[in-house]
Write a protein that binds this ligand. Structure first.
Ligand SMILES: Cc1cc2nc3c(=O)[nH]c(=O)nc-3n(C[C@H](O)[C@H](O)[C@H](O)COP(=O)(O)OP(=O)(O)OC[C@H]3O[C@@H](n4cnc5c(N)ncnc54)[C@H](O)[C@@H]3O)c2cc1C
Length: 402
């Protein structure tokens, strides 16, 4: 009789974003150990980005399955689900009356990451580990190459390493393509106390203003912080030739120039911003992106299906991918079959989101952009649908940055 137990699956997760950490957490709940390799040196190395709204059928469901719904309630911001649409003169064109009545609570990314980390064993995440390459071994397993040397062997490597994944090239020849939209991002601190007029202008949620084929979206984050995006439809190299990210003063001057003619109270978003600016080129993988299975490798979240943020499904999809993969790995006797099943379900599941996000990006900043946005908000408020956008669950507003 063979009394030898099968050796446990050796599993590496590349990337400690919301997707990778949700996977590690859910595997941990199922008693499956995994190591997360994250390039950042610690959890607070950089601001994690703007506020996210989690959806009942994906992000919140993932948190429920990860046993973290209660912990989430302590950091969720139900009060900040409002929407305002202004014209460039600052007139309010649309405003929903009750910012707290929605079912898509907001959460700050840094808080979300901290919550996920707290729910993991301390040794699970290896910080400061930038994965350079995945290397095939002769025994069919995989090594990961880092600056400090190789780690491995691993039976299964999950690429949760975002839009520019280093795992993806082993599975797919596709790279994210530029959508034509460039975001210049800035932030305003202590807005309620230091800039009360601006605080009111943005309200409890997000405010957008679109004119002259340009747009500003400002979102309330936790701790009285506002994150604002100036959005342009321009060639991919346009921003690099125009903005000097190393000079906050010149960033402000250029943004004020670009939005000349917008009301002064709107332009205050740039005038009083802090010194952290970022330029983001919005890129997406093709709708329906998929690959033929390869033993021991898979992807989740943006690595598998990065899409434009117009639809607000990115993080929700990443977290739901994670709990689905964990569930199947726990339930199936054969981990390789579990991965194959996860992939085929995930490919089909994210198509609607990807279509909605692609449509959202394509219809931003048209010559009738403001009218389109207004119609959209009104139809949402009255419960009728204008667009056949399949990704829009009841309660969501399509073609706006969620
Ligand atoms: C401007 C903007 C606004 C957005 N707004 C929303 C929104 O409102 N709602 C929403 O649902 N989604 C939104 N998204 C999308 C959302 O940010 C992503 O879908 C989500 O973060 C994907 O999670 P992830 O874990 O797959 O990848 P990521 O969050 O990108 O995490 C990847 C992790 O991998 C690490 N990493 C990368 N390369 C390596 C490497 N070689 N070695 C080790 N570690 C590595 C990174 O440091 C990072 O921690 C927005 C995106 C943008 C650009």
């Amino acid at each position: 009789m063979n009394t030898q137990l099968p050796s446990p699956l050796r599993l590496a997760i590349v990337g400690g974003g919301p997707g990778g950490l949700t996977l590690a957490r859910t595997l941990h709940l199922h008693g499956i150990a995994a190591t997360v390799f994250e390039q950042e040196s610690h959890a607070l190395e950089r601001p994690q980005g703007g506020t996210l709204d989690l959806h009942e059928e994906s992000g919140l469901l993932a948190l429920r399955q990860a046993g973290l719904l209660e912990a989430f309630q302590a950091i969720a911001r139900y009060d900040d689900q409002g929407t305002r649409l202004l014209d460039k003169a600052g007139n309010v064109l649309f405003e929903d009356q009750d910012a707290a009545s929605g079912d898509r609570p907001e959460v700050d990314r840094t808080e979300l990451r901290a919550m996920l980390l707290k729910a993991l064993p301390a040794t699970c995440v290896r910080w400061g580990c930038t994965m350079r390459e995945v290397r095939a071994r002769h025994d069919g397993r995989w090594d990961l190459a880092f600056d400090h040397g190789n780690e491995g062997p691993f039976d299964l490597v999950v690429g949760a390493d975002g839009a520019w994944s280093k795992v993806r090239p082993l599975l797919s020849p596709y790279r994210p393509q530029y959508s034509g939209l460039t975001f210049v991002e800035c932030g305003i601190d202590d807005v309620d106390r230091s800039h009360p007029t601006l605080s009111q202008l943005v309200g409890r949620g997000k405010m957008s203003v679109e004119a002259d084929c340009k747009e500003i979206i400002a979102q309330r984050n936790g701790n009285a912080h506002i994150r604002a995006y100036a959005i342009f439809r321009v060639p991919a190299d346009w921003a690099a030739g125009r903005f000097d990210i190393a000079s906050p003063a010149s960033m402000r001057t250029e943004l004020l120039k670009e939005f000349d003619g917008f009301a002064p109270e709107i332009l205050d978003l740039f005038r009083v911003s802090n010194d952290s600016f970022a330029i983001r080129l919005i890129c997406a993988l093709p709708v329906g992106h998929c690959w033929a299975g390869r033993r021991g490798l898979t992807l989740l979240g943006d690595a598998a299906h990065v899409m434009s943020p117009f639809g607000g499904d990115g993080v929700n999809n990443a977290m739901f991918d994670a709990v689905e993969l964990a569930r199947l790995l726990a339930e199936r006797a054969d981990w390789n079959e579990a991965v194959a099943e996860y992939e085929s379900l995930m490919f089909a599941r994210v198509v609607e989101s990807a279509e909605g996000a692609a449509e959202g990006a394509a219809t931003q900043l048209s010559h009738i952009g403001q009218e389109l946005a207004l119609e959209m908000y009104r139809s949402h408020a009255s419960g009728t649908s204008l667009l056949p956008a399949p990704s829009t669950a009841p309660g969501s507003v399509p073609v706006t940055l969620q």
